[in-house]
Design a protein around this ligand. Sequence first.
Ligand code: ADP
Length: 293
Amino acid sequence: RVLVFGSINADTTLRVERIPLVGETVVAHDVQYASGGKGANQAYAAACTRPGVAVLMAGAIGDDARGAQMRDELAAAGVDVSLIREVDGPSGTALITVDADGGNVIVVAPGANHRWETRPEVPVTAGDVVVLQLELPLDIVEHVARTAHAAGARVVLNAAPATPGAERLLPLVDCLVVNEPEATALLAQVDVELPVLGARLDLDIVITRGADGASVLRRGDAEVRLPAFPAEAVDTVGAGDAFVGALAAALAAGDDLLAAARRGAAAGALTVSVAGARHPQLSGDLVDDRLNQ
Ligand code: ADP
């Protein structure tokens, strides 16, 4: 099983000629609504790419229509949504404004994602793969990591977005996945090189490098470079989430780290080839096709 503990966000994207200045109003020529949140995107990718693996999503939505819609979409993709709580108030929301050059400004209102009155129960057993990111309060993420680690589950941490203090989670983690800026931010906090960190903490580390593929460092071994799969990049949003979800599902199915990272890279390449954070037809067969190309 894969248990994703994380964020669920409703994204609203406005396309404008240019980003307005303070006090100014501009007219957008397009508005798009989409379901996002790193946690939910990763659960989606896990469920789509490995249908034989049970995928559960734990997190919180608000008591609004978009919350219910986001939960229903995950359920339709095959994710078990019974651990998603509905809380009073709005769902997590991201307001994204994109200008004609593709530059963007983003405001995130965490909403339900930050409403945890008590520490959640973590229904994990040994053998589960627990997937975490940093869009929930850090002490909640730490609690889940600690509980999962103690239960003998495998903890995959996608340390995104870069968050001060996240380094304290690392002793509880089996596999760390970060993109290049996140790796730089984390290294600045721990003050050692990645292979040393991996060896010291007995930690697998995967660094995603966009169109340059990924690096895999198994428990402090030398870096193995995985090339990216060919893709015509339309929109790179969500590539990292697809990578993490597909990797986690592959680990849960028993693949070794390198094979799992290759499935992640294939899912990432598929996701950049479509607009939006989720590939609408993502499937195990599509990933297999990309792997065999
Ligand atoms: P993030 O979205 O977290 O910044 P990356 O941009 O590193 O993550 O993308 C995650 C993975 O998706 C990469 O390791 C790579 O395998 C794949 N990927 C990303 N961009 C491309 C691209 N332009 N072409 C092919 N694969 C890509």
